[in-house]
Design a protein around this ligand. Structure first.
Ligand code: ADP
Ligand code: MG
Length: 315
């Protein structure tokens, strides 16, 4: 099987035909139609074996997660997913592995109506790079630089499940609960929530590297600070049942990665509208203040030292 057989067999026709794809896989470039009045939101991410997922990860999950991380970025901008390309580097062309990888990719792509329009296929250490594109009405994207003093800081869903599952899986200390394992391997990008928050949120970011580090990006871009109440961090029943010591729990929820929830800042007066518009729980965890930096407080208002920031390459 050469590279062209592989593309034909596994990726040509992976996603349903889409009216806004003028030309898909098979030429030097894809051609897509961007409607007038829309801006194109573009994001790219690489997943490297052993760095972004353990080598033992199921190929279905690798396919799913590769696209999920890009959809999460589109969600954080309030963009409607439309098109993606796939640059795949493989040690070998294993048809069983490729079929499962493609199935995971397709299942999530079909759910979100995003079309595979091209890519690149090469040999080397396993690496998956996806560039995803979405549409947002001009001027309406959710950015990191719009948070204002007195905004409430909110997060969707729950925090810490994926980080806890990863630690349990890698250390062999405990069998991760199925729900938490799924949070790690098949994250659900908050696309509908991102779209619903357009016109409501002042700022948004998706949580890939841990709340503390990711929220700090909003604070720096917006020139503000935040006070977060540790006891308000939303926690799943499975995470609670894991019975972590308070410091380990806080570490997973503030500095663990792979949550793929949204963190948003909005005026208090828009909270009711946001709750009504969202298909996922939204929890207020703190507020934006003028003093720069992130402060985490306990139930009594005392400052808790923030655990080290999220994962950084080349540190
Ligand atoms: P080129 O030499 O012009 O870069 P390639 O030989 O790399 O073209 O790819 C041939 C066609 O197949 C192109 O349209 C490209 O977008 C598509 N393609 C290559 N690899 C993939 C892949 N993994 N998934 C989807 N499309 C792919
Ligand atoms: Mg090429």
């Amino acid at each position: 099987m050469d590279e062209f057989d592989l593309i034909r067999r596994h990726f040509l026709g992976l996603t349903p035909a889409s009216a806004d794809v003028v030309l898909g896989i098979g030429d030097d470039c894809a051609l897509v139609r961007v409607p007038p009045g829309s801006e194109l939101a573009v994001t790219t991410d690489s997943l490297v074996a052993g760095r972004h997922f353990p080598p033992a990860t199921a190929p279905y999950d690798i396919g799913w997660k590769s696209l999920a991380v890009s959809l999460s970025d589109l969600a954080a901008m309030g963009a409607q997913p439309r098109w993606f390309t796939l640059a795949l580097t493989l040690e070998q062309a294993d048809p069983a592995w490729l079929a499962e990888f493609a199935r995971g990719l397709r299942d999530l792509a079909v759910q979100h109506g995003i079309a595979l329009v091209g890519g690149d296929t090469t040999r080397g250490p396993l690496n998956i790079n996806i560039t995803a594109m979405g549409l947002v009405p001009a001027g309406q994207a959710l950015r990191r630089d719009g948070a204002k003093v007195d905004d409430v800081v909110c997060v969707t869903g729950t925090l810490g499940d994926a980080a806890c599952a990863l630690r349990d899986w890698q250390s062999g200390a405990a069998e991760p609960a199925a729900e938490m394992f799924a949070r790690l391997n098949r994250p659900v990008p908050r696309v509908a929530a991102g779209l619903a928050l357009r016109g409501l949120a002042h700022a948004a970011i998706d949580l890939s590297d841990g709340l503390a580090g990711d929220l700090s990006h909003i604070l720096a871009a917006s020139g503000v600070g935040a006070v977060i109440e540790a006891e308000r961090l939303p926690t799943s029943p499975e995470f609670l049942a894991r019975g972590l010591a308070p410091a380990a729990r806080l570490h997973s929820q503030l500095s663990g990665g792979d949550d793929y929830e949204l963190c948003v800042c909005l005026p208090h007066g828009r909270l009711a509208s946001a709750h009504a518009a969202l298909d996922v729980p939204l929890t207020v965890i703190g507020r934006i203040v003028a003093a720069p930096g992130l402060r985490v407080v306990d139930g009594a208002g005392a400052t808790i030292p923030v655990p080290p920031h999220g994962y950084r390459h080349f540190e």
